[in-house]
Design a protein around this ligand. Structure first.
Ligand SMILES: [Fe+2]
Ligand SMILES: [Fe+2]
Length: 328
């Protein structure tokens, strides 16, 4: 089969997929959204490059015609060559879902009534060490950031998003090695990591890091990732306990942040759009509302990690007790 014939055959096969449209609707807890299959410029270029590689000049001409027609009908729904083009989603008010990093079904209303004062009293030497370590880490943080809570929150989230990923990754590898279920803990810990990363994506909108702060993040991540990795391998119960205390400190920091917002020391600016969509906040939400839901998230992380540590202390493996997946 020569190249032109191959290209024509490929296009005949792909045609229905490329030009078909589909629309479905679905109800999410936060409202109705409607995905329609669409093609992104990237997906189109991937199709074009693939078609060209299959068919040479003839395919180039056909692909060029497709590109031209598609540009004019930018809004027309198409499916990509690989079938991985994300669906176009629409919010209840008819506006298009603008976020690629999370979808409507990833959003939630935070339970802000969670007890913020719950505290694990350290009794064992391990608990005391974990608490002491977290408390001692707070000293340089306080000196460096003082009461610049926006910047402080953003920087601390770069650290807070590490433990869930490390723990989830190690449990994932253990599950593979031992041919065993995880009890949902892999997902729960990866959810925590993603949630913390969304905190970072949110605070990036209200505070931009300076060059030396970016450099600090590089250094801290390099040290903290490896230290936590080693700690989790050696003692997951202490690693989770440490994160539990870290979250208790985060609750304290966000409470101080809220005090400054209420006192007018920090301007209570409108909430970033990403936060409004992620936490399903009202359109007129402010930074104070965002900090309130983030603080509630930290309280949930505190509970999950102290719970995980307690499971180990009781002599069980995490997989023996179902993980609090979706605990917000
Ligand atoms: Fe966080
Ligand atoms: Fe957290």
């Amino acid at each position: 089969m020569n190249r032109r014939v191959a290209a024509a055959a490929a296009l005949r096969q792909l045609g229905p997929r490329l030009f078909s449209t589909a629309a479905i609707s679905r109800s999410a807890a936060g409202g109705t959204w409607e995905p329609t299959l669409g093609v992104s410029p990237l997906a189109l270029s991937r199709f074009l490059s693939t078609a060209a590689s299959i068919g040479g000049e003839g395919a180039d001409e056909r692909a060029g015609a497709i590109a031209s027609a598609s540009t004019k009908r930018e809004e027309k729904a198409l499916a990509s060559y690989w079938g991985v083009a994300p669906p176009r989603l629409f919010k209840k008010d008819g506006t298009e879902w603008r976020w690629t990093c999370f979808k409507p079904w990833d959003t939630y209303s935070s339970n802000v009534s969670i007890d913020l004062h719950k505290h694990h009293v350290p009794t064992t030497w391990g608990d005391k060490c974990a608490r002491w370590l977290v408390k001692s880490l707070r000293v340089p943080t306080d000196i460096f950031f003082q009461r610049r809570y926006g910047c402080r929150a953003m920087m601390l989230e770069t650290v807070a998003a590490v433990p869930g990923m490390v723990g989830g990754m190690l449990l994932h590898l253990r599950s593979l090695r031992h041919f065993e279920h995880s009890g949902g803990w892999i997902r729960a810990l990866l959810e925590e990591a993603e949630n913390e990363r969304m905190h970072l994506m949110t605070f990036m909108e209200v505070s931009q890091p300076r060059w030396y702060e970016r450099a600090l993040v590089f250094a801290v991540q390099g040290v903290f990732f490896n230290a936590y990795f080693a700690a989790y391998l050696l003692s997951p119960k202490l690693a989770h306990r440490m994160v539990g205390y870290l979250e208790e400190e985060a609750i304290h920091s966000y409470t101080e942040f809220l005090k400054d917002l209420e006192a007018g020391k920090i301007e209570n600016v409108p909430a970033p759009a990403i936060a409004i969509d992620y936490w399903r906040l009202p359109a007129d939400a402010t930074l104070k509302d965002v900090v309130t839901v983030v603080r509630a998230d930290e309280a949930h992380h505190r509970d999950v990690n102290h719970f995980a540590s307690d499971i180990h202390y009781e002599g069980h493996a995490l997989r023996e007790l179902p993980a609090p997946v979706g605990y917000h």
